[in-house]
Design a protein around this ligand. Structure first.
Ligand code: NCD
Ligand code: ZN
Length: 362
């Protein structure tokens, strides 16, 4: 194209180009975020799992589905100490949870709280990683929920209906009746429907009172079921659903509504356990991937102004955590390309091998 067509005169073009080279990329400085759902694992996997979150987030809500589970009051302090050792980072605070089993006693709730737990988590039996000891009968746990309400602990629910003869794709939608029953029975109990994956969950969480909120992962916001077939690294529970579901999730996340906040559900499994005939469920979503990918999504939806609420403020408010941005270390998201590794410590992350349009700077 002739120069004068570009700028109107060759002089203008000459003047313009050096400034374009020097122009600053778009950037956002945020307080370090809160990841409201992480798996830190044990043993060899722990270092990779912990550092993937602790290097970028101020707090992470630590899931208790280790093997053996974090299900006794005495487990809380031990697991927390091993996480702190792996993180080796004074800026990171693990927030501890305990696994609620069918035989969890209401009298233990006070002990869990005194040990420093902020939440208890219910897994439906046999629905996800290490859930053979999960729950089938929710009303049988109502005394435990009552005690949690009295002690101001949060109830985290993996919201999929257990039992035979239900299509996997329908399990979350069918669970919403159980969610509504618990929410109505315990109006002062704070309840989080974890990693929601369908439109009906968004609608139900919005319709229920203020004590009910939901976390959303980055993979449920950017993938659809078409990205899962034949791709074990995208297989997780609840399974990723349709475009219409993703649209509802994106609307909820970008709306700024205080009921929705980020929980990565970063769930590393070794390459061998994913690339095999029967894959483990879980997507590995380290901060170096999730945060630039969310910046891209919010940017594409003209919602960058809501990103801080989704990544920090909304979750901290619900979990009653200190929320003074001035007291938190910061990180920057910059609209410049970043390449995502195809393997991180023997685990394949979300967006493996891709180049993202945003990059993270700590
Ligand atoms: C999680 C895991 O691997 O621990 N897997 C998953 O698919 N999300 C467990 C869970 O949160 O369901
Ligand atoms: Zn999880």
């Amino acid at each position: 194209m002739p120069l004068k067509k570009l700028g109107g005169s060759s002089r203008k073009v000459m003047k313009y180009s050096p400034f374009k080279e020097l122009s600053m990329p778009q950037s956002l400085v945020l307080p370090r975020p809160f990841d409201a759902h992480v798996h830190f694992r044990q043993g060899e996997m722990m270092d990779t799992a912990v550092k993937a979150i602790s290097e970028y987030f101020a707090e992470g809500l630590v899931m208790p589905n280790t093997d053996p589970p974090v299900s006794q009051p005495g487990d809380i302090k031990l697991y927390r100490a091993s996480i702190m050792a792996a993180a080796d980072n004074e800026h990171f605070h693990p927030l501890m949870t305990f696994k609620i089993l069918p035989d969890t006693s209401p009298s233990d709730i006070c002990l869990f709280r005194n040990a420093g737990a902020v939440a208890g988590k219910v897994y439906p039996k046999n629905m996800t990683t290490n859930s053979h000891d999960g729950v089938e009968n929710y009303p049988a746990l109502f005394e435990v929920f009552e005690a949690m309400q009295e002690k101001n602990l949060v109830l985290c629910l993996h919201g999929e209906h257990p039992g035979e003869d239900i299509d996997t794709l329908d399990r979350e939608r069918k669970f919403l009746r159980i969610l509504a029953l618990i929410a109505r029975s315990f109006p002062r109990l704070r309840i989080v429907m974890e990693h929601i994956s369908c439109r009906q969950s968004v609608e139900t969480v919005l319709a229920l009172p203020e004590n009910v909120a939901a976390s959303i992962t980055v993979h449920h916001l950017v993938l659809t079921n078409d990205d899962v077939y034949g791709q074990n690294h995208h297989f997780c529970r609840p399974v990723i659903k349709k475009r219409s579901d993703r649209k509802a999730l994106v609307q909820a996340a970008t709306s700024g509504c205080p009921k929705f906040f980020f929980g990565s559900d970063s769930a590393p499994h070794s390459r061998e356990k994913k690339e095999c005939p029967v894959s483990c469920a879980g997507v590995f979503a380290p901060g170096i991937v999730s945060l630039p990918r969310l910046a891209q999504l919010f940017d594409e939806n003209n919602a960058l102004k809501s990103l801080e609420r989704f990544l920090g403020h909304n979750g901290r408010r619900f979990y009653q955590l200190p929320d003074d941005p001035k007291k938190l270390p910061s990180l920057a998201l910059i609209k410049e390309k970043s390449a995502i590794a195809s393997d991180m410590g023997g685990v394949v992350p979300l967006c493996a091998g891709q180049t993202l349009p945003w990059r993270l700077e700590t």
